[in-house]
Design a protein around this ligand. Structure first.
Ligand code: GLN
Length: 201
């Protein structure tokens, strides 16, 4: 299993470390030609969503990744990655890949509470540490998207089929459970694909 980690900007190395601890190989995606590396899933790290969105477009990676995600490529977006995947960003006229039926609010916790740490329940995992840095939250989910974690009445994690997002940064803690949850999603997708190939023969 090979995980592509978008490495244009932001906290991508931390994700690679988590994957390595879980025994999964990763490849850094820095330019269009890296998209030919045959990876099975994608991680979009935290950082600045506007910068990452701009670079994705300028480097000609935007449409290719959007199409692959829409075709079922498993993807996990943290923080800025969540904003890149959101269908709508309430306080930004721009949306980016817009593949997931969630409405997000950018820099949603204001200046006072720019960064904070808590522990909360994550559906399917249990109670985990959550570190927020100038984080968005999810104002609403629609369609097939479902909330997986709520902190102070705000949705901070969600899933829609092959897409997973968290407003917080599990890669900044020691707890591997969210990455492990994502790798399970990737394995499920691989199993489903194998099944489809066998049935199509
Ligand atoms: N505030 C950033 C943005 O709007 C996200 C912050 C983060 O990824 N830690 O893109």
């Amino acid at each position: 299993m090979l995980i592509g980690v978008l490495a244009l900007q932001g906290a991508f190395i931390e994700h690679e470390r988590m994957l390595a601890k879980l025994g999964a190989d990763s490849v850094e995606l820095r330019q269009k030609s890296d998209l030919d590396r045959g990876f099975d899933a994608l991680i979009i790290p935290g950082g600045e969503s506007t910068v990452q969105g701009k670079l994705l477009r300028e480097l000609g990676m935007f449409e290719i990744l959007k199409e692959r995600i829409e075709a079922g490529l498993p993807v996990y977006g943290t923080c800025a990655g969540l904003l890149l995947l959101a269908r709508k960003i309430q306080n930004d006229e721009r949306s980016h890949l817009a593949t997931m039926d969630i409405t997000a609010v950018r820099n949603a916790y204001g200046r006072q509470l720019g960064s904070f740490h808590t522990e909360a329940q994550f559906d399917g995992i249990g109670k985990i540490p959550m570190t927020f840095i100038r984080a968005p939250y999810i104002e609403s989910v629609s369609g097939d998207a479902e909330a997986l974690a709520v902190v102070d009445g705000k949705i901070v994690a969600a899933r829609e089929g092959n897409q997973l997002v968290t407003a917080f940064h599990p890669e900044l803690n020691e707890d591997l459970s969210v990455h492990s949850y994502f790798l399970d999603m990737v394995r499920d997708a691989e199993r489903r694909n194998a099944h489809t190939h066998v049935c199509a023969r």
